[in-house]
Design a protein around this ligand. Structure first.
Ligand SMILES: Nc1ncnc2c1ncn2[C@@H]1O[C@H](COP(=O)(O)OP(=O)(O)OP(=O)(O)O)[C@@H](O)[C@H]1O
Ligand SMILES: [Mg+2]
Length: 254
């Protein structure tokens, strides 16, 4: 399905404790077309994670609407949101949030355990997801036996195992060094480009935001900039293929 996967209208979120009121989101209206790769940047405390948690159905807005694939889910119950989340959304966090003393494969299978998927199907799909992040050979390792980058790849595999249409990543490279961050971004870019998964990713680093098609800048709970980014053309073999195609077309019309 094409069209808009995300549509928010005047989304607001207020946290109150005692006399203190925090306006974490002050009217976020944004539309994300299916298949887009969006980066969100902005200072600490600007509302990025609050927004992501609402997009990921982990939290509800105080007011405003959120439509996910055309369905208004602003006022769905916790159970309904959990179901939507497991069907449509993969979430990756800065802290990898893997279960310790449990194998990579079991971590990845976890979202399937409650979904009525047979044990053998869980294994097949878990291994497929690990393979997509290049970690099938580490299926039996526990998180403590994996590098930070590998742990984040397991977390991405877990986010993918339900074949979500939307991948949300809140500072997925925040705990990783530069070259490992690059590997993680390659994987996320490929999921977006090759499988059409819509990506919304929060980052503090301009080099990470550079992977996206579009950058939203948050400040004090508002979007203060919304900029499209040109992506470099894919490297070979795409250019030769295009050249051949145009030659064919030229011959046909000759
Ligand atoms: N559960 C909560 N209860 C109270 N206040 C909260 C809660 N979550 C967030 N806030 C406040 O809302 C504002 C936005 O927080 P948020 O976590 O969305 O910022 P952020 O842009 O993700 O920051 P960072 O870059 O540091 O992760 C902050 O002032 C924060 O203190
Ligand atoms: Mg945050």
């Amino acid at each position: 399905m094409s069209g808009r996967i995300i549509e928010t209208r005047d989304l607001r979120k207020t946290f109150e404790f005692g006399d203190v009121v925090v306006h974490a989101l002050r009217g976020i209206s944004v539309e994300v077309p299916t298949g887009q790769f969006v980066a969100i940047i902005g200072k600490s405390g600007s509302g990025k994670s609050t927004f992501m948690n609402i997009l990921g159905c982990l939290d509800r807005p105080s007011s405003g609407t959120y439509r996910l694939e055309g369905r208004d889910i602003s006022d769905r119950s916790a159970d309904e949101r959990a179901e939507l989340r497991s069907e449509q959304i993969g979430f990756v966090f800065q802290a990898f949030n893997l279960i310790p003393r449990t194998s990579a494969l079991e971590n990845v299978e976890l979202p399937l355990v409650y979904g009525g998927v047979s044990r053998s199907q869980q294994h097949i799909r878990g291994l497929e997801a690990l393979d997509r992040v290049g970690l099938a050979h580490r299926a039996d390792h526990h998180p403590s036996q994996l590098s930070g980058g590998e742990q984040q790849r397991v977390a991405i595999a877990r986010a993918l195992v339900n074949q979500p249409r939307l991948l949300l990543a809140d500072e997925p490279t925040g705990n990783l060094d530069t070259s490992t961050s690059g590997e993680i971004m390659q994987i996320i870019s490929e999921l977006n480009r090759d499988q059409g998964i819509t990506v919304v990713l929060v980052t503090h680093e301009p080099e990470i935001a550079a992977y996206a098609d579009r950058v939203l800048t948050f400040r004090d709970g508002e979007i203060i900039a919304d900029a499209a980014q040109l992506q470099p053309l894919p490297t070979s073999p795409a250019p030769p293929a295009k050249a051949e195609m145009s030659r064919d077309v030229a011959e046909e019309s000759a």
